[in-house]
Design a protein around this ligand. Structure first.
Ligand SMILES: Cc1ncc(COP(=O)(O)O)c(C=O)c1O
Length: 396
């Protein structure tokens, strides 16, 4: 018999090989259950501040429903440049800023700009899955470089990392403060990495979306790579409105680029999304320029710091918990003695305890055996979750 479809419909190999998100796999098992206390996703349980919502509503009312410039509204690019300059004390030209339809879109565009199939990309792990999968979608080879736990703290072995960054490496991807561990890079480590990469022509892609979520006394922002590099150097910095302004559902972010790449980004945005929606950008503009903004961020930080202290303190009192220290982001990353299969454990926690956590294996093989708990939630909800975990541990 003649085959009717000699070439059956099938996606590319790199896409077929993508693993579905394990966070979603656990969440799908419990999202429709109102009795589950869920901490699996990386987002606040509070809505976007009202002054931002009002600015977007007003823009819609004014019919800002048309395409905008590929690189974003000029006013928003300027506002981002001023915000970054003030925050990190480094001059930044608005020309180097491209507005993107989310942080994850900025990560994809950055990779599309410089990666070719077969390129060697080093990623510091464990890490939010999208960051390691994006280069793979584009056909690059991803080398994972794991953080380690030393003296009860997440730790980067700098010498080992530099040894891994060889002349045939195309790009290093770093995320600090890190999702899921909370590990936060020091300015000294950043300088050493940039100097090493500069000598070898290696691109550095720095994901700084959690920069406002640091909990080291005396620090209000995590160190940025931006202050250490020249505007022409091989550094790209990704940021997002999602975490700092609680705008996860809006899909708005930005990319800071070396000047020569800006016209190239402009073309790529055209072929990806063409532009971020104008009324969404109006919300972003309010987030950056409204006089209320910094006070709102400070109050959000305060709330999250309270929830963090409550969660970390309570977890450390439970039997068999290993919870290394870290300085940033919005997660507790911990293990429970006797449990090695994190996906199975996370599913059991949903079914048996009504507790929704992300399995550590979602963040790569280094995360196997760990669980991630997002603490951007009200203290009472966290307390209820701890009660559920305590009962589960008592029964097993
Ligand atoms: C490290 C990291 N980078 C980027 C993002 C993307 O954020 P968004 O696409 O919502 O802007 C996330 C989201 O969780 C993240 O954890």
């Amino acid at each position: 018999m003649v085959e009717r479809f000699p070439s059956p419909a099938r996606a590319r190999k790199a896409v077929l090989e993508l693993a579905p998100s394990r966070i979603r796999e656990v969440a799908n098992a419990g999202m429709d259950r109102p009795d589950v206390d869920a901490f699996w996703f990386g987002e606040s349980d509070q809505p976007t501040p009202s002054f931002i919502r009002m600015a977007a509503a007003e823009a819609l009312d004014l019919s800002q429903t048309f395409y905008t410039q590929n690189l974003g509204l000029p006013a928003l690019r300027s506002a981002i440049a001023s915000y970054v300059s003030n925050l990190h004390g480094v001059p930044l030209d608005a020309e180097r800023v491209g507005v993107t339809s989310s942080g994850v879109s900025a990560l994809m565009l950055a990779s599309q700009l410089v990666l070719s199939p077969g390129d060697r990309v080093v990623v510091v792990t464990p890490i939010w899955p999208n960051i390691a999968e994006i280069p793979r979608i584009l056909g690059a080879e991803v080398i994972r470089f794991p953080l380690t736990v030393r003296e009860d703290r997440w730790h980067l072995d700098l010498d080992q990392l530099l040894a891994t960054l060889t002349d045939n490496t195309s790009m290093l991807v770093l995320n600090s403060p890190n999702n899921p561990t909370g590990w936060t890079i020091t300015p000294e480590q950043q300088a050493a990495i940039l100097a090493h990469c500069r000598q070898r022509g290696i691109w550095v892609l720095s994901d700084e979306v959690y920069e406002r979520l640091v909990f080291t006394p005396g620090r209000s922002v995590a160190p940025s790579m931006l202050g250490l590099a020249d505007p022409e150097e091989r550094l790209m910095v990704v940021n997002s409105f999602s975490k700092t302004w609680r705008m996860t559902g809006w899909r708005l972010g930005w990319l800071v680029l070396p000047t020569p790449l800006v016209p190239q980004l402009e073309k790529l945005v055209e072929y990806n999304t063409s532009c971020a929606p104008g009324f969404v950008q109006a919300g972003g503009l309010a987030a950056l320029s409204d006089p209320a903004s910094e006070a709102v961020i400070a109050s959000m930080h305060n709330d999250i710091a309270t929830s963090r202290a409550g969660l970390l303190g309570a977890l450390r009192q439970l039997p068999g918990v290993c919870l290394p220290r870290a300085d940033g982001a919005m997660y507790a990353f911990f293990r429970l003695a006797g449990h090695t299969d994190s996906l199975a454990l996370a599913k059991r926690l949903v079914v048996e305890a009504g507790l929704g956590l992300a399995p550590g294996s979602a963040f790569g093989p280094e995360g196997e055996g760990w669980l991630r708990w997002c603490f951007a939630a009200a203290p009472a909800k966290i307390e209820a979750g701890i009660g559920r975990l305590r009962r589960f541990l008592n029964q097993t």
